[in-house]
Write a protein that binds this ligand. Structure first.
Ligand SMILES: [Zn+2]
Length: 180
């Protein structure tokens, strides 16, 4: 099993923060992202600790959004999903999109059965390819079978590293997506 496929994307790119305090601004804090700079507009008299908290939240959200954009810009995930579709489902699965998401860190992925949309947690981008592929196969199988039924597992088990990948994910504390 090749381990060479580890994704070496730098997931955390530090963001520069510039704070502009204004007398005219009464209460609200606003921010905009210009390249890799986060410009924060704040009331002049805002409490420093409060401002820090707000900025931290804005920064986290902005970084997650940036990361998601960056992960999805090459469209590779969709190509990988298509090739797994051909290999394990004879290419018969139809889906609208397969995308990285940055707001699922406990769940490894999700499948919107009716919308035919699959989302994969960005955490998988840092794991070996065979684990990522298991998760894609798992979510693809949900297009045929929304529940974790014996039929579902029969489909998923076509992928040879299923058991190994499940063990790997369990060790990482990533739960199964039991909601489907
Ligand atoms: Zn599932």
């Amino acid at each position: 099993m090749a381990e060479s496929g580890f994704c070496r994307l730098a997931l955390e790119r530090p963001m520069k923060i510039e704070i502009i305090r204004s007398k005219k601004r009464k209460k609200t804090v606003q921010a905009k992202l210009v390249d890799d700079r986060l410009i924060v507009y704040a009331p002049e008299k805002i409490d420093n600790r409060r401002l820090e908290e707000i900025i931290e939240n804005i920064r986290k959200r902005a970084e997650r959004r940036e990361l998601r954009k960056r992960l999805n810009e090459d469209g590779d995930l969709e190509k990988i999903a298509q090739s797994l579709n051909r290999r394990y489902f004879s290419g018969r699965l139809k889906f609208k999109s397969v995308e990285w998401t940055t707001n699922q860190s406990k769940r490894f992925g999700s499948c919107q059965f009716r919308e035919r949309k699959i989302r994969i947690s960005h955490r998988l981008a840092q794991m070996p390819d065979w684990v990522r592929d298991y998760v894609i196969v798992h979510e693809l199988a949900h297009l045929l079978e929304p529940n974790h039924s014996p039929r579902f597992w029969k489909l998923v088990n076509r992928y040879p590293y299923t058991e190994r990948a499940r063990g790997f994910l369990m060790a990482k504390g990533m739960e199964e997506d039991e909601s489907l």
